[in-house]
Design a protein around this ligand. Structure first.
Ligand code: PGA
Length: 214
């Protein structure tokens, strides 16, 4: 059976102190693929702490520059990210809406991630979103379900995931108001291979319960 992915998207949250505390309280062994995606500023200390505590957690970034090294003020490039992380979230609806990221820029970001051996977790808002070449993991995240406490139905999420898989045969996750109570309804569906978790991943106890019940 394929791995079950549990991906935490911390968005713009947590200080280094809070991130370390979260890791110190994360006490579980699991055979699921756990990926935590914090702000860039937290990646170095989290990598160090994960190694020290030997935690079964991989790191991901929440964004990547569409450019390589060079004169791009404010950008974090793939080579810099690869020092700390294995994954990168690309195409989240918050990046599309607040930062005007379009299909062309997202394709460049995917290419950049691949060229530095980072695995893109590409967010799609519906079954029609264009998925760039090279993407192996997509996350179906309908906008109405994000941060709303109103998840999609497992049945509909599975239908969308199946549609994506029928076209591309990639791994599909579900994201949007996932909790420890509803997670299994999603991971139980045949075309859904895991979840992308926002708000409820900030609390280490709730996140551990999500992993446990997935
Ligand atoms: P949520 O966010 O779990 O808080 O709904 C999911 C996401 O935006 O990735």
């Amino acid at each position: 059976m394929d791995a079950i992915y549990i991906v935490a998207n911390w968005k713009s949250s947590k200080t280094t102190f809070e991130a370390r505390q979260w890791l110190q309280e994360f006490q579980m062994s699991t055979d699921k693929e756990i990926v935590v995606c914090p702000s860039f500023t937290l990646l170095p200390i989290m990598k160090k702490t994960i190694q020290e505590l030997k935690l079964p957690i991989k790191l991901g970034a929440q964004d990547i520059s569409p450019f390589g090294e060079g004169a791009y003020t404010g950008e974090i490039n793939g080579k810099q990210i690869k020092e700390f992380a294995d994954y990168v979230i690309i195409g989240h609806s918050e990046r599309r809406s607040h930062f005007q990221e379009d299909d062309a820029i997202l394709e460049k970001k995917v290419q950049m991630a691949k060229s530095y051996n980072l695995e893109p977790i590409f967010c799609v808002q519906d079954g029609k979103t264009i998925i760039p070449q090279g993407v192996a993991i997509a996350a179906y995240e309908p906008i109405f379900a994000i941060g709303s406490g109103n998840p999609d139905t497992p049945q509909n999420a599975n239908d969308v995931a199946k549609k994506i898989k029928d076209q591309t045969n990639i791994t599909v996750l579900y994201g949007g108001s996932v909790t420890s109570v509803n997670v299994h309804q999603f991971t139980n569906e045949s075309s859904i291979s895991g979840v992308l978790v926002g708000g409820t991943s900030l609390d280490v106890k709730e996140f551990s319960q999500i992993i446990h019940h997935a």
